[in-house]
Design a protein around this ligand. Structure first.
Ligand code: IPM
Ligand code: SF4
Length: 770
């Protein structure tokens, strides 16, 4: 039987398969690092006396915490970043990359930017590679036919130490988008529409391949926006088969292979597509011509509607969980049911984020803004380019002048108001048109209200002051076709930011083909499991007080809001757990406890959390979520389904997440929790019982490898390092068979050292020598 694109990429990376269970050790070609999710990983690495195995496969930058103010006067990180915890996190990364010789694009580099913008821009992201980052939107890189996914901090440490990751195989899902998109409809409308159709849990457990005419027609940048938001559809990763457009985009990028290696790469990459007879576990068909400009109204990306629709009415909803969720979203968003969406007035506009901050996005927004001024009710409108190079390219094209003339601020690259870890935030109750990817409660600032949309739609909303249908917007030059911008030859200048670097050292010629060499002929493990700082307490049986939580789609932003991510430790997060729900502020700004269940006796001592709704822990990859739950004392979570990355992160911290049928939860487990009762969770027996021993769930599912590690409190890194021989053997095979993936960020490092002076940086500083 044929293979899917995902199967092909996965299979090319298997280092070892444990015959006793379903877990694989897969090799990681590209590891991208930022300041938020790496400090604890480096600390763990150092504490265990380990090294970064492949600095050349690792690339670091700073993006989340950094101010987007002009860097013209930049002197040092110490003076530039005012907020103390943000500064500590950025400085910690600077120290770690220096100590471990990891190539780094810091704030003094024009090539700095959001992790998911700079990877492809530099050609670090290559088709068919495995790409990971301690960041959920790593799925972006799937636009190049990569298997790219977000990981937690424990896994960042695992990858740093071993260049591998332990994975179970995901299911295959295909989203087939037939026909053509209408003029003015962008990939952002398409992905919002898809998420609106399948929901934020629609892709759980799956790798989602986007295919069909409309996908093929998209530019590479537009494809990135789609894959970026596949995580918002709950998928482990999103992928698109690489094609000529993709190769053309990458050719000549600083870290892309050159010469013969390029040719060899392309020959392999052309084999990366789903075979005609490949089997998909799930398939969704979308009719592209049906899609109209799409925006979100609520507090989840699945709350997406055509711009022509009205705010939904909860009185028409039967399902009680959905109904109360909708009521809560309307209240949070300050909306009245049945109001036409186009009547919603805005306060702020944000054009940026890893979804929509690339050059095509800025061109699309500028085309709308040209000759217009932002409306009087817009208090702030900002454009934050995804990278220094995007910024420079936009300036070359004069887009910055269009933005500034229309009343927008023109900022430096970073994540900015996408999540507001830096000073760019919404004030309470402000309504924002945003090109980012998440409209979760408090995401852009406490009590801030986010509507997601495309760059053209956000620009049009800035001009009219309210949500606007781009199809009826009057361009000054009357050319609506400008909304859907294809990659054109003018993109070349950006691509050509290659800085005349020396011909990169290519890996040795792949003269001996090890193509058919299996990697299973390696001696069996011999040494005992070593433990590292990341070792967890064994989990066997637990009888604990259960807390009821009657909610669906609880995202990790809600479990631990962004302001608590600035720590460089794994502990001390208890007070941040469900912060926006557990606390309100008095007139002096002091925290006052609410009656949220975990604040109230007896549940303030709970060890088990019982959740009625689907998709608990969706969204961001922040391992701070299980750290905060653990700090509070929660040891097990029962829910109908979980966000994939969160689920995984729980195991790394000794917390047992259990998937149980929703009806069993609502009928049998939730009532016990509501009555302040206890629940017994028995991991070895895989059962759940009440405190009197009456079995409620006779058998819950858990992958055998995860169970084994949790019951024995085993440290994955120690386990993986026992397979060192397999890793070394795989690396030898890779060097020949996939030689075009060698080189990696080491080429960049070479440039940083040798070629920096001719680079005309916009900043009057020289990169710190190290
Ligand atoms: C900080 C990081 C863990 C997080 C993510 O994983 O997505 C962030 O990028 C976000 O968008 O919320
Ligand atoms: S989603 Fe936002 S915060 Fe997260 S990486 Fe992208 S731009 Fe940064």
């Amino acid at each position: 039987m044929g293979k899917t694109l995902y199967d092909k990429v996965f299979d090319a990376h298997v280092v070892h398969k444990d015959p006793k269970n379903d877990s694989y050790l897969i090799y990681i070609d590209r590891h991208i690092i930022h300041e938020v999710t790496s400090p604890q990983a480096f600390e763990g690495l150092v504490n265990a006396g380990r090294k970064v195995r492949r600095p050349d496969c690792t690339l670091a930058t700073v993006d989340h915490n950094i101010p987007t103010d002009s860097r013209k006067e930049f002197q040092s990180t110490q003076t530039f970043i005012k907020e103390e915890n943000s500064k500590i996190q950025v400085v910690t990364l600077e120290q770690n990359v220096k100590a471990h010789k990891v190539p780094f694009l810091g704030m003094t580099e024009a090539r700095q930017g959001i992790v998911h913008v700079i990877g492809p821009e530099q050609g670090f992201t290559l088709p068919g590679t495995t790409v990971v980052c301690g960041d959920s939107h790593t799925s972006t890189h799937g636009a190049f036919g990569c298997l790219a996914f977000g990981i937690g901090t424990s896994e960042v440490e695992h990858v740093l130490a071993t260049q591998t990751i332990i994975q179970a195989k995901s299911k295959n899902m295909r989203i087939m988008v037939n026909g053509k998109l209408q003029p003015g409809i962008t990939s952002k409308d398409l992905i919002l529409h898809i998420i609106g159709v399948i929901g934020t849990a629609g892709g759980t457990g799956c790798v989602m391949e986007f295919a069909g005419e409309a996908i093929r027609d998209l530019s590479v940048e537009a494809r990135m926006s789609i894959c970026n938001m596949s995580i918002e559809a709950g998928a482990r990763a999103g992928m698109i088969a690489p094609d000529e457009k993709c190769f053309e985009y990458l050719k000549g990028r600083p870290l892309a292979p050159k010469g013969e290696e390029w040719k060899k790469g392309v020959a392999f990459w052309k084999t990366l597509y789903s075979d005609d007879d490949a089997k998909f576990d799930e398939e969704i068909i979308i009719n592209a011509p049906d899609i109209v400009p799409t925006v979100t109204w609520g507090t989840s990306p699945q709350d997406a509607l055509p711009i022509t629709a009205s705010v939904p009415d909860p009185s028409k909803i039967e399902d009680p969980i959905k109904k109360s969720g909708m009521e809560r979203a309307l209240e949070y968003m300050g909306l009245v049911a049945n109001t036409p969406l186009q009547d919603l007035k805005l306060d702020k506009i944000f054009i940026g984020s890893c979804t929509n901050s690339r050059i095509e996005d800025l061109r699309a927004a500028a085309a709308v803004l040209k000759g217009h001024k932002i409306a009087d009710n817009i208090v702030r409108a900002m454009v934050v380019p995804g990278s220094g190079l995007v910024k420079r390219q936009a300036e070359r094209e004069g887009l910055d002048q269009i933005f500034i003339a229309s009343g927008f601020e023109w900022r430096e690259a970073g994540c900015s108001m996408c999540l507001g870890m830096n000073p760019d935030i919404l004030s309470p109750n402000e309504r924002c048109a945003s090109t980012s990817n998440r409209n979760f409660e408090g995401r852009q600032g406490p009590k801030g209200r986010t509507h997601l949309m495309s760059p053209a739609m956000a620009a049009a909303a800035a001009i009219t002051g309210h949500l606007t249908d781009i199809r009826s917007f009057e361009y000054k030059d009357g050319d609506i076709a400008k909304v859907s911008v294809e990659t054109k030859s003018e993109d070349k200048p950006l691509q050509n930011e290659v800085y005349d670097h020396n011909e990169p050292t290519q890996p040795r010629d792949a003269s001996v083909s090890l193509a058919d060499d299996e990697v299973n002929d390696i001696p069996k493990r011999t040494s005992d499991v070593t433990t590292s700082s990341a070792a967890v307490q064994p989990f066997t049986a637990l009888t604990g007080l259960a807390a009821p939580l009657d909610k669906a789609n609880v995202d990790t932003d809600a479990i631990i809001p962004k302001q608590f991510l600035k720590t460089i430790k794994r502990t001390g997060l208890k007070s941040g757990l469900f912060y926006e729900w557990r606390f309100t502020q008095d007139s002096k700004g002091k925290d006052v406890s609410t009656d949220f269940v975990l604040n109230v006796a007896p549940w303030d001592r709970s060890e088990v959390l019982v959740v009625t709704g689907d998709n608990f822990g969706c969204g961001s990859s922040r391992e701070h979520a299980p750290w905060a739950l653990k700090d509070f004392g929660i040891k097990s979570i029962i829910a109908p389904s979980f966000g994939d990355i969160f689920y995984n992160n729980c195991f790394k911290n000794g917390i047992l997440p259990i998937r149980v049928d929703q009806k069993v939860i609502t009928d049998h487990i939730f009532p016990i929790a509501k009555d302040g009762g206890k629940i017994t969770v028995d991991l070895p027996a895989q059962t759940i019982a009440d405190e009197y021993g009456n079995v409620i769930v006779e058998h819950f599912e858990i992958e055998s490898f995860r169970k084994h590690c949790l019951v024995n409190g085993l440290d994955d890194i120690g386990l993986t390092l026992q397979l060192e021989d397999y890793i070394t053997k795989y690396e030898a095979v890779r060097k020949d068979k996939y030689s075009f993936w060698e080189g990696g960020s080491a080429l960049l490092n070479k440039n940083l050292f040798d070629i920096r002076s001719p680079l005309d940086t916009t900043f009057h500083v020289v990169h710190t020598e190290w």
